[in-house]
Design a protein around this ligand. Structure first.
Ligand SMILES: C[S@@+](CC[C@H](N)C(=O)[O-])C[C@H]1O[C@@H](n2cnc3c(N)ncnc32)[C@H](O)[C@@H]1O
Length: 281
């Protein structure tokens, strides 16, 4: 049975602080080499190294422990993280749904918690579809789609050079070079240069995707699907996203039919990440 991190820290941390240690943490990587990312509150900061070492004792494949220093920030949506314990080399191979992703969680956005969401989107893709993944990061959506649907093909656009570099490497590792193309650049500049229109366009940038709807909508073929992610208030999660979507669609003389509205995950007590799926005509 896996040992509990709080029991492991008993006698090491003051008793009154043990309850502040999170029981759960993200593990990115493989059975042989993984990185853990844990949230350490201000009160626990002086004990960061002890917490990191305890985590590595209870989960032997974890070779580095990072603390979530800040919220995800800036255009690249990366946290400033602190190495609590273990090796400074944090590049790992993460396996999920028959795909493998090489990633350094300190340098690029990657969330193992989003595997179910990736699978849900991939399961909707029909044979032969051409899919555009905006904000593609290290490529998990594009790769997951191409692995699951062997006749679909994807274009993935990312402007973090490190994210793009990993995406190129991940396409190669997953043997998808014939069906997934990675482009380095800002979607606002790259999309208008693409002559093609797509059956499906993904916008997996919840904080700010709405600012790029004017670029995304022209990329969707008539009757194609748009997956629009948005951060929304818990009490009324869909109204704002729908309003922005419909107003942008109208400005472009297109029409939208909402086909699904999904609460994807809770971001904070008051905010949700949501997804609106729309057919763009
Ligand atoms: C929330 S992350 C999602 C990454 C990836 N889709 C995933 O699920 O792991 C958003 C990504 O969009 C990239 N990004 C943000 N604005 C961008 C833009 N204008 N053009 C291209 N990429 C952008 C960031 O660098 C980041 O990697």
């Amino acid at each position: 049975m896996k040992r509990d991190i709080r029991s492991e820290l008993s006698g090491i941390l003051p008793t009154e602080l043990i309850g502040l240690v999170p029981r759960s943490f993200d593990v990115i990587g493989s059975k042989g080499h993984a990185v853990a990312v844990i949230e350490v509150s201000i009160e626990l900061e002086p004990y960061g190294a002890s917490i990191g070492e305890a985590l590595m004792r209870i989960q032997r494949n974890v070779k580095s422990v990072l603390s979530k220093g800040t919220e995800r920030r800036g255009g690249f949506r990366v946290r400033e993280m602190t190495l609590l314990a273990g090796e400074p080399n944090m590049e790992v191979l993460h396996k999920e749904s028959g795909c493998v992703f090489k990633v350094d969680p300190a340098k690029v956005y990657f969330s193992p918690r989003e595997s179910t969401e990736r699978e849900k989107i991939a399961s909707q893709v029909s044979p032969g579809e051409r899919v555009l993944v905006m904000f593609s990061g290290v490529g998990p959506y594009a790769i997951c789609i191409a692995k699951r649907q062997p006749t679909a093909s994807c274009v993935a656009i990312e402007f973090n050079p490190e994210g793009h570099r990993y995406c190129v490497e991940n396409i190669r590792l997953n043997k998808l070079s014939d069906r997934v193309t990675a482009i380095l650049g800002d979607v606002r500049e790259v999309c208008p240069t693409l002559s093609e229109r797509f059956n499906r366009v993904l916008m997996p940038l919840p904080k700010g995707a709405y600012e790029y709807l004017d670029v995304a909508i022209p990329m969707v073929k008539p009757s194609g699907i748009l997956h629009f992610y948005h951060w929304a208030p818990r009490d009324d999660p869909f109204s704002e996203g729908e309003r922005i979507l419909f107003s942008t669609v109208e400005k472009q003389c297109r029409k939208a039919e909402v086909i699904d509205k999904v609460r994807v995950s809770q971001y904070s007590p008051s905010a949700w990440k949501i997804r609106i799926d729309a057919r763009i005509c």
